[in-house]
Design a protein around this ligand. Structure first.
Ligand SMILES: [Zn+2]
Length: 834
């Protein structure tokens, strides 16, 4: 029986789940096995990245990802994945030798020599250091994290009916490692994942994966790994640690979870293997037209004097932050730039709630455009990585034309609570720059991505001549877990206050103008989620103490006090800050609003100035630069100011731990900040806090696997059903339809489902793949019983594409009735683009 048929009968998922549990073996993992990996040295790299580095080959043998990664670390370049003892010995010696060699080089080659190497100044060590800043160990890497692109709920809008139907753009983890030259164990990893947020299950998985890579990775742990999400609402769901977000995704999806973890670990490994001395420089620029405040009514409840400080002009009234901060990574060996990391706040909600194609939303577009722009540039290294990290995103929206009622009235939604003529929020929709194009937000998404990319790229270019170097050879980090259900602390004004167990207010169910009211699963009788059918009855009324603690929030879901079948939302939160030189990165577990982020950053900045003054050697001459990245490490929903909390719009209703949530985060951050002093010891183990629950192996799941694939009579997998036209004009879409199979059979990580090939003389060369925004992979089940499906591959040919002869290729994997998966290909006729 095919998937759709199963879905229609509720008992089947239960039965499948029971069968699954009875099988009692380790959960199945996807079956991609990396066979071939170019030899790398752990410290002095061959600095090649990107998907072309890896050839993957599907293997019928199920392989644990740990084994696969061990293979690669052992620097085995072999056709077999069998681990052999001598390869380990050789690898260990090779690593030790490389480390010794690197150490020797660093000790003997003065910074001045590197300055000469990068062709700057040549005026002696002192002058060049002032220009380029201090040296750090730097590495960047990128890994594919694209989970199942069909039949799985998309994460963010919490609409169980929003299921994936294909892929517009692969999702990535981008890793940035910064380490101290003098104390290489002082380092941090900043990850930017094309996901809705960071997460506890994902973080546990990444740390497990790093542990499995061997001793040279033992330097990475809770303290110094930040797992941030771009807040894209266009990726598969089902990988989060807590119950609440699992409700709409029908539970935990191990395939998608593992894809994120493995891709993130791969990105870290690539960054780690590329570590080498280099320079960091900083810059800021204004981004216009890429964000507005979607909860202005709440923002205006912040003190007028405070708001006035940020009200610069009519176009920059301070209601959102327009600054983009960019950190440039440049290697010392040849002066080439290896990557950029940027922070700018705007929601990943350009792709709307009716979109069903997987993509990285506007941050994914910005990163794609930036990386593409550096390809073949002499100043950029191969494998250049551009991370567009999210910032204080809470009340921002990329739908910059505002929120309008789609109820025929032509009115804007009400200012106070975003309702329309019927008093409800359902008809209130925010508009992106191209809202008139009925493409589920894709045109607007590309535009908002471009509006971030262009100023970032201009800033990057200007940093080539004038830049603010990062100075002070300190790379420091701290991380602590805090149970917010029982945190008592003193406000700066001397009042003792406390946070409360997590709870969500009524406006949480109403949603936002970016995605109104989809999370209305409290109507349990109409809920389509099997998870809700199991857990809905467990909801309990909050106690009087809990109600009082959250005042003035009226509690809808008392999630923090519900532990059956396991915790619904986090009570234990991550508090983390990284420091390199004068740059401090607050790693926020929730979505801080514009003003909440400012207060947090300002508090850190003033305390850091005191710490800098005590540094030895002193860094007091450089004033602290503070950025905030998140949602990271976990997902603790929103963080508003207390004044915004009083208004109880969506963001206030989703501020989990009561009115003092922000103050608690600030208090915790400041109390740990002294550990970031130049000569401060690491945080003692006793202060690392209680570990959050690990729900990976006890999460509910009603997600059924692929049963089998079939073909129409007389057809084979990959056969062309609708061929490409003989010719297309540039700017119009070219497409071909194939006999398809379920893409969940093989995620084709580091590979592609679709390709455009161009005829070059007598050979075909791939010129577009799944990583490209313009190539769209659509999958459609045509018959649930026979298991047939179609794949429609569309190349939205660009105005600037090269004229020539092309064809479209499809890479598929079909599952037969016995469960065996085998790959196949399909190819369209060749066509000309004129
Ligand atoms: Zn959000």
């Amino acid at each position: 029986m095919a998937v759709e048929a199963l879905d229609r009968h509720l008992p089947w998922p239960f039965i499948l789940r029971v069968v699954d549990l009875l099988a009692a073996g380790p959960p199945p993992r996807y079956q991609v096995q990396y066979r071939h990996y170019p030899q790398r040295h752990p410290v002095l790299p061959l600095a090649r990245h990107g998907k072309m580095d890896l050839e993957y080959e599907k293997d019928d043998v199920e392989t644990r990802p740990e084994d696969r990664l061990l293979d690669d670390v052992a620097l085995v370049n072999t056709k077999t994945h069998q681990q052999q003892p001598w390869t380990w010995i050789r690898a260990t010696f090779s690593m030790i030798a490389s480390l010794l060699l690197a150490g020797l080089l660093l000790k003997t080659i003065a910074p001045a020599s590197f300055a000469l190497l990068i062709g700057r100044d040549g005026g002696g060590a002192h002058e060049s250091r002032a220009t380029a800043g201090d040296q750090y160990l730097l590495g960047v890497g990128k890994g594919d994290i694209t989970g199942p692109v069909v039949e799985i709920n998309l994460m963010g809008y919490a609409d169980p009916n929003q299921l994936g139907t294909g892929l517009r753009q692969r999702l990535y983890s981008r890793a940035f490692i910064v380490g101290s030259i003098d104390k290489p164990e002082d380092r941090f990893v900043y990850l930017v994942l094309d996901t809705q947020s960071g997460d506890t299950a994902i973080r546990y998985g990444i740390l497990d994966g790093l542990k499995a890579l061997g001793s040279s990775y033992s330097v990475y742990d809770h303290r110094n790994v930040a797992v941030t999400g771009t807040h894209s609402h266009a990726g598969p769901a089902g990988w989060l640690n807590y119950l609440l977000p699992q409700i709409t995704s029908k539970g935990f999806d191990r395939q998608g979870y593992q894809a994120i973890v493995d891709g993130a670990v791969l990105s870290i490994r690539r960054a780690h293997e590329s570590l080498q001395p280099g320079y960091l420089s900083l810059g800021t620029t204004k981004v216009s037209g890429a964000n507005i405040n979607r909860s202005l009514y709440a923002y205006l409840n912040n003190p007028a004097a405070e708001r006035a400080k940020y009200n610069v002009s009519a176009s920059d009234d301070g209601s959102v932050e327009k600054d983009l901060t960019l950190l440039k990574f440049q290697r010392a060996s040849d002066g080439k730039n290896i990557g950029v990391l940027t922070w700018f706040p705007t929601h990943g909600t350009s792709m709307l709630g009716n979109n069903t194609l997987v993509a990285g939303d506007n941050k994914g577009v910005a990163a794609y455009l930036f990386e593409k722009s550096t390809r073949d540039e002499a100043t950029a290294a191969d494998g250049f990585v551009a991370g567009f990290s999210q910032a204080n995103v809470g009340d921002t929206s990329p739908n910059v034309l505002g929120a309008w009622c789609e109820d025929g009235t032509g009115q804007m939604c009400s200012f106070e609570n975003s309702t329309c003529s019927d008093g409800k929020t359902q008809y209130c929709h925010a508009r992106g720059p191209f809202f008139r194009v009925k493409d589920n937000g894709q045109s607007s998404c590309f535009e908002i991505g471009k509006r971030q990319f262009e100023p970032a790229r201009a800033l990057y270019d200007s940093l080539q001549s004038t830049s603010t170097p990062v100075q002070g050879s300190f790379v420091k980090s701290f991380h602590t877990f805090q149970n917010m259900s029982e945190f008592t602390f003193v406000l700066p004004n001397g009042t003792q206050v406390k946070t409360c167990p997590a709870a969500l207010g009524y406006s949480f169910a109403a949603g936002t103008t970016d995605g109104p009211g989809a999370f209305d699963f409290t109507q349990s009788s109409t809920s389509t989620s099997p998870v809700w059918q199991v857990v809905g009855g467990l909801l309990k009324a909050p106690t009087a103490a809990q109600k009082a603690c959250h005042q003035p929030k009226p509690i809808l879901l008392d999630v923090g006090e519900m532990t059956v079948p396991y915790q619904w939302t986090p009570n234990i939160v991550d508090v983390q800050v990284f420091r390199v030189g004068q740059l401090l990165i607050i790693v926020s577990p929730g979505e801080a609003t514009t003003m909440a982020g400012r207060r947090w950053k300002d508090a850190v900045k003033s305390t850091a100035a005191t710490i800098f003054a005590q540094d030895s050697p002193s860094s007091s001459s450089t004033s602290p630069v503070v950025v905030l990245g998140g949602p990271a490490n976990s997902y603790t929903h929103y963080i508003t100011t207390q004044e915004e909390y009083t208004i109880q719009r969506y963001e206030g209703a989703s501020t989990l731990y009561g009115p003092h949530t922000l103050a608690a985060y600030i208090n915790l951050t400041l109390s740990f900040l002294p550990y970031l002093g130049a000569s401060s010891p690491p945080v003692p183990a006793a202060k690392l806090g209680p570990l959050p629950p690990d729900n990976r192996n006890r999460s509910l799941s009603f997600i059924t696997g692929v049963v089998y694939d079939g073909t129409p009579l007389g057809k084979s997998f990959g056969d062309v059903l609708t061929d490409a036209a003989p010719s297309y004009t540039r700017g119009t879409p070219a497409h071909a339809v194939f006999v398809g199979a379920n893409p969940r059979n093989n995620l084709r990580l580091e590979g592609t489902y679709a390709a455009v090939e161009k005829l070059n003389g007598t050979s075909w060369k791939t010129v577009r793949d799944d990583g490209d925004w313009s190539l769209v992979f659509n999958w459609k089940r045509t018959n649930g019983l026979t298991g047939t499906s179609e794949v429609d591959i569309v190349w939205e040919t660009e105005e600037g594409a090269d004229p020539g002869t092309y064809r479209i290729r499809y890479f598929g994997d079909q599952k037969n009735a016995l469960g065996k998966v085998s790959s196949f290909e399909g190819v369209s006729r060749s066509f000309t683009l004129v």
